[in-house]
Structures are given as C-alpha cells and as structure tokens.
Design a protein around this ligand. Structure first.
Ligand SMILES: *[C@@H]1O[C@H](CO)[C@@H](O)[C@H](O)[C@H]1NC(C)=O
Ligand SMILES: *[C@@H]1O[C@H](CO)[C@@H](O)[C@H](O)[C@H]1NC(C)=O
Ligand SMILES: *[C@@H]1O[C@H](CO)[C@@H](O)[C@H](O)[C@H]1NC(C)=O
Ligand SMILES: *[C@@H]1O[C@H](CO)[C@@H](O)[C@H](O)[C@H]1NC(C)=O
Ligand SMILES: *[C@@H]1O[C@H](CO)[C@@H](O)[C@H](O)[C@H]1NC(C)=O
Ligand SMILES: *[C@@H]1O[C@H](CO)[C@@H](O)[C@H](O)[C@H]1NC(C)=O
Ligand SMILES: *[C@@H]1O[C@H](CO)[C@@H](O)[C@H](O)[C@H]1NC(C)=O
Ligand SMILES: *[C@@H]1O[C@H](CO)[C@@H](O)[C@H](O)[C@H]1NC(C)=O
Length: 418
C-alpha cells in the first residue's frame, strides 16, 4: 500500500512540478501618444514585472522618454525591446536631471540595475538619443555637464544585451559601470552629425562602449560609427574581451584615460581585443594617461593618479585610413584649451606591463605622416614586457614607416629590440 502511494507520488511529481510553475508575469508597455512622456508607464512595467518577469516594448511603437529612467532592483527579468525609445531634446531638463556617476561627472538618462537581466532587441529594438541638439550645444566643450547617456548597465550582475541599435547618442553610447558578467552581442551604434564637415569636433565624447569599475565583459559581433573611442576601457576594467567589432570614424580601441584623479590608483588588467576592423579611425589600439601633475579638473582636465595596466592583448586588427599611430601609448595627453605642462616636467607614474600588439594590417591616411608605432612612456613610468609583431600598416604613399619608442624596457628609441 505504502509502496503504491509512493509510486503514484513519484509519477505525479513531474506533472505537479510543471503545473505549478507560474506563468512568467509579462508587462507590455503602452504608448501614451500625443507627445506625452512614456517614462511613467515604463517605470510601472519594471516595477510590476522586473522580478521573475518580462517587459515588452512593442514592435513598431515609439516610446517618448522625457524623464530620467532608473530601473533598479531588477531580478531575473527579460526585456524585449522590439520598438523604439526616443529621448526628448529638452536640454534644460536633461542637464538638471541625469542619474549622476562620479567618474567624469557623467549623467545617465536610462540605467538598469540588478541581477540576471536579458535585454534583447530582436533586430528591431532602437534607442534614439536625438543627439544633434547635444552635438551643437557641446561644440568646443565636449565635457559639457549633463549630456545624457542613453543606455547604461549599472550595478548589474549577469546580463546579456543583444540585437539592438543606439542612434544619435547625446554622449557615450553604451556604458557599463560597477558591473560584472555581461555579454554584449550584435549591437549597432551610429552617431553622426549634420554639421560634421564644418565642425568635426562636434562628435567629441560620443564613445561607443565604455566600461568603468567592471569585471568580465564580452563585447562581440558589433558595429559602430561614432565620433570618439569605439571602446574605452576606463579605470577599474578587468577581464574584458572584444571580438569581431567594426568601427567607422572612431578614435579606436582605448585603454584610459587613466590617472585623471589625483592620488587615485587606476587598474586595468586582462584585456583582449581581437578581430577588430577600424575604418577612418583617429587611433588604433592605444593606451592614454593624464600627466602626473593635476592640471585643471575633471571632466576634461585632471592628472596625478597612479596604478597599473597589465596583460593586454591587441591582435588581428585591420585598419584603413588611420590618422595617428595604430600602435600607441600616450602618457602626455594635452587637453585642448588648457595650459598643461609638458610630460617631461610632470611625468605620469604607473606600471605598464605585458602588453602586446600583433597582426595589424592596413594603411594610413594619405594626408598625414605619422609613426606606425609610437610608445612614449614617461620617464617615471615602468613600461616592461611590451611586444609588437607583424605590424603591417602601410604609411602614406611615398613615405617610410617610422617608429618612436621612449622609456620602453628592451627597445631602442626607434623601437628596435635591444
Ligand atoms: C564634477 O564633480 C566634482 C566632484 O567629483 C565637482 O567638484 C565638480 O564641481 C563637478 N563638475 C561639474 C561640472 O559638475
Ligand atoms: C563571465 O561572464 C559570463 C557571461 O557573459 C559567464 O558565463 C561566466 O561564467 C563569467 N565568468 C566568471 C569567471 O564569472
Ligand atoms: C561579426 O559581426 C557581424 C555583425 O557586425 C556579423 O554580421 C558577422 O557574422 C560576425 N562574424 C562572425 C565570424 O561571427
Ligand atoms: C588576470 O588573469 C590572471 C590569469 O588568468 C588571473 O590570475 C588574475 O586573477 C586576473 N586578474 C584579475 C584582476 O581578475
Ligand atoms: C601576459 O598576458 C597574457 C594575456 O593576458 C597572459 O596569458 C599571460 O599569462 C601574461 N603573462 C604574465 C607573465 O603575466
Ligand atoms: C591576421 O589577421 C587577419 C585579418 O585581419 C586574419 O585573417 C589572420 O588569420 C590573422 N592571422 C593570425 C596568425 O591570427
Ligand atoms: C581617408 O580619409 C579622408 C578623410 O580624413 C578622406 O578624405 C579620404 O578619402 C579617405 N581615403 C580613403 C582611401 O578612404
Ligand atoms: C598620395 O597619393 C595621392 C593620390 O594618388 C596624392 O594626391 C598624394 O599627393 C600622394 N601623397 C604623397 C605623399 O605622395
């Protein structure tokens, strides 16, 4: 008898387990229309369905976002971003209301926080920053306070963001801060300016992907046309992987800027960037730091920090029409408009070790003569374990490839191995 009951129970268990699994709560966000703000409905959907649920931005719908979105405390949520999120152009509002983060005083228009978050655009999802108004406003003052960041993962653990676009970002496009274990896949970024021919500077600070104080992020199979760094690994970036990324008109793949905050120790460790194509880029694969003596203040000025950068691999880069050195370490950044002392006067301190560049092909912009390799370490920094291999970037026609190295352990000033 007991045995019979037990058998029945066991047989019934899977069915039982199945029948009580609750249907995932799903919130489909309505569009208010009539020029109204859709942010309240977006907040409400995340409140109701942000834990063990699903939030849907409907296909062929445009959601007007006029107020800052702080979508916090999410847990095990799936976001189907099928439609378009469009930011308002009320610069006065955004300058006063972004979500603040201390690094370079950034201001975030929409941030997601929590655990186990999947944001899938299914190829149609779009976030439109309506950035032209910001490009015009920030002309000559790239660090203008309050430029809104349209998409940020902040204090996130375990996330996937895939298959969507970010267009016309007001500032950096896709930002990850204080986060870990993130996969970024098949993202399309495009920020262009009406005014670019007249004022190429006005896309300054429209970075593609940025990481700050974050660990274990992969960015893959993505495409960007942006006016500043395509990817920038900022302070506190560890265990990062970039693979299969194409960038147009960008400033390349950057580590830094580091050392911007006086007395602060910045660490960047274990970064691999591979299978990268850069078209019409300013820089290639590079590391940049502030000088050792603080000069003016963040977000643009600064300096006097320390720290280290180690275990960095840049490989398989195809580069067309680049205007500065494809292999570059800059320790003497000067900021336009500021009277920064020369690097030799105020050397940046730091340790740079185990950094390699290999298998670079392509050509330089015909209009500029520049070094194929420029690794200029400050006299106070330690630069050791550097290597470069198979760097075949054709210089401007009729010119010879040139090399410049200083204070790099094991290399002469013309970058020959000692
Ligand atoms: C940026 O933040 C610093 C403090 O970290 C503050 O002193 C400074 O005033 C801020 N700048 C702007 C433009 O908000
Ligand atoms: C890194 O993140 C990925 C998700 O992108 C995850 O699968 C993996 O387990 C994480 N690695 C570690 C060491 O946590
Ligand atoms: C590289 O990424 C692009 C999207 O930008 C994609 O179309 C292509 O299939 C990817 N290549 C590989 C080998 O995954
Ligand atoms: C960097 O990678 C090495 C080797 O895999 C590992 O031992 C070290 O812990 C990593 N560093 C960080 C900060 O995760
Ligand atoms: C140098 O960096 C590579 C790539 O991150 C890593 O595999 C290797 O262990 C590092 N070597 C040392 C001596 O740390
Ligand atoms: C070098 O890079 C090219 C593409 O940029 C790639 O096809 C080739 O396989 C790479 N070679 C090695 C040895 O990784
Ligand atoms: C290189 O870029 C310049 C603009 O900086 C452009 O005028 C030129 O046509 C480009 N050359 C090629 C070969 O793409
Ligand atoms: C490079 O080629 C272009 C177009 O063929 C030509 O206009 C330019 O003068 C050349 N530059 C040099 C340095 O030879």
């Amino acid at each position: 008898m007991i045995q019979k009951i037990l058998t029945t129970l066991l047989l019934a268990l899977p069915v039982f387990g199945h029948s009580v699994t609750p249907q995932k709560k799903t919130c489909v966000i309505p569009v208010a229309g009539d020029g109204l703000d859709d942010s309240p409905a977006i907040r409400e959907a995340f409140q109701k369905c942000g834990t063990n649920g699903k939030v849907v931005f409907e296909k062929d719908s445009t959601y007007s976002v006029q107020t800052v979105l702080q979508l916090h405390d999410l847990k095990n949520v799936e976001v189907d971003l099928l439609g378009t999120i469009e930011y308002s152009t009320d610069v006065r509002y955004w300058i006063q209301h972004g979500s603040y983060y201390y690094f370079q005083n950034i201001s975030i228009a929409m941030e997601f926080s929590g655990e186990d978050i999947t944001i899938d655009g299914h190829g149609t999802g779009t976030i439109d920053g309506q950035g032209q108004v910001w490009y015009d406003l920030a002309l000559g003052i790239g660090g203008l306070f309050g430029r809104p960041i349209p998409f940020c993962l902040r204090n996130v653990k375990n996330a996937v963001a895939k298959n969507f676009k970010i267009l016309q970002s007001g500032k950096w496009n896709f930002v990850m801060v204080e986060s870990q274990n993130i996969l970024v896949d098949n993202i399309y970024l495009s920020s262009t300016s009406d005014d670019y021919q007249a004022n190429p500077g006005n896309l300054g600070n429209t970075d593609g992907f940025d990481t700050i104080n974050s660990d274990n992020i992969t960015i893959q199979n993505s495409w960007a046309n942006v006016g500043d760094d395509c990817v920038s690994f900022k302070p506190g970036s560890t265990n990062m992987h970039v693979k299969n990324l194409t960038c147009h008109n960008s400033a390349g793949i950057a580590i830094g800027s580091l050392g911007q905050y006086d007395g602060v120790r910045d660490v960047v460790e274990n970064i691999t960037a591979e299978d990268v194509t850069l078209i019409g880029s300013r820089n290639g694969a590079y590391i940049k730091t502030y000088v050792g003596k603080p000069t003016y203040y963040p977000p643009q000025g600064g300096g006097g920090g320390n720290g280290y950068v180690r275990n960095i691999v840049f490989r398989n880069f195809h580069i067309e029409n680049i205007t500065a050195s494809p292999v570059l370490l800059q320790q003497c950044s000067r900021w336009a408009g500021y009277d920064v002392p020369s690097c030799a006067d105020t050397p940046a301190t730091g340790l740079f070790s185990n950094i390699s560049w290999s298998n670079f092909t392509g050509y330089m912009n015909e209009a500029v003569g520049t070094n194929s390799i420029s690794l200029v370490c400050s006299p106070l920094a330690t630069c050791e374990g550097f290597s470069y291999d198979n760097i075949d970037i054709k210089p401007a026609n009729g010119t010879e490839a040139t090399y410049e190295c200083s204070n790099v352990e094991g290399y002469s000033s013309s970058c020959q191995k000692n």
